[in-house]
Design a protein around this ligand. Sequence first.
Ligand code: AMP
Ligand code: MG
Length: 487
Amino acid sequence: MSIAPSPTVVLGTSFARELPELALPWQAEAAPAPRLLALNDALAAELGLDADALRTPAGVELLLGLAVPEGATPVAQVYAGHQFGNYSPRLGDGRALLLGELTTPDGTVRDLHLKGSGRTPVARGGDGLAAVGPMLREYVVSEAMHALGIPTTRALAVTATGRDVARETMLPGAVLTRVASSHLRVGSFQYARALDDVDLLRRLADHAIARHHPEAADAEQPYLALFEAVVAAQAELVASWMAVGFVHGVMNTDNTTISGETIDYGPCAFMEAHDADASFSSIDSGGRYRYGNQPLVLQWNLARLAEALLPLLHADQEQAIALAVPALERFVPAYEAAWAGRMRAKTGLPAGLADDVAGPLVRDLQALLQAAHPDHTTFFRALGQAARGDVEPVRELVLDLAAIDEWLARWRAVGPDADAMDRVNPAVVPRNHLVEEALVAATDGDLEPFTRLVAAVTSPFDVRPGDERYTEPAPTDFGAYTTYCGT
Ligand code: AMP
Ligand code: MG
């Protein structure tokens, strides 16, 4: 039996109540002809929602924010942010809404959020809408990231609205129903700081501590501990991106979360040829957000968070800075340790291997990858085969055979664990040509390629028979890949 979900879903309003300065009560725009395109059954179950009920007309109304449970207060969140290094004092959910906070059966609190739900008071020049393609793109890439074990916002559903949106051409519109442990960002703190309202800043920090880093509340200096926790979470996050070859593409401070989750799948891409300079976004001509620059940019964003938090760290600005700087400086060693740990795992190094052996192995491999530009994903799976004794697939990916042979000999001598490698090196990532193929078909009404792609990328460590094409790099005629923002 399926029950209409709307009356049974309870949405908390702590963000709207505790931080009214950052929350503009607002409503989603009506959809002329809603049609559910994708529903994430596994996530619905995790959230304690009945997926069958979500498929009913009343469920779809909930997924679109058109029927909100009693007591809920949908809001557009206001924030600021540095975009490509330039400060925008007032951004916010121009086409998004926070419906409220769900408490899952295991007691965790998750935001239920919409993207593409119509113009809000902070829409600026935008139309408030989103097209089917980019919303399905966020669905498939964020679910791939989750399956890879990388903290991320999740995609509960994509619903076509029946309204066309004007982009370069007219495209079918859609709403993404997104789930996140919160939507607090560095830009939220920048906004509160710019209002020069220390009470608001403190309420925001307290809210962030309660939701994400509760242990900070017991620290001698809770706000410094909050900052340290964000530094640590983001160091882990960016290291996990680097390990799988993920290029976020728009690491503005409004897209850097306090939770340490990946957010905002606009112009992101998984690189194929390993390259520190890999960059895909049409508007990132300077390569600010290129693959190899992501750790540096993240630290820059954390410096903006530190600036915003200064009034909470100490009444005297010099003393506040003296507290913030060492905490910020911990980012580099934290990132390096996180990255080295992932590289050790990716190369199957035995747990007890001494740092003075593991360190050079990892660094030399990094140099080899940067010189040879092999397909990042294929290389590490081929390395698993090499650990089993078949070195040819790896050798085929590297031109400098003398260099790779020397490295392989040194590496195999330490006894790498091939099975452990296959558990951390994905065979399947959402490759750009497959994502594009699936989105083009979906925009034309054929969801089959999208559904198959989601199935393949959400089981990234196994290749099911018949799914081999999901492991292969783009054909050469696919050409250079470009991604676009704000679609
Ligand atoms: P993003 O690059 O996706 O993080 O977006 C940057 C800002 O632009 C955010 O404040 C978005 O809410 C806003 N925005 C993006 N696209 C639109 C749109 N079509 N209509 C209104 N606001 C938008
Ligand atoms: Mg954003």
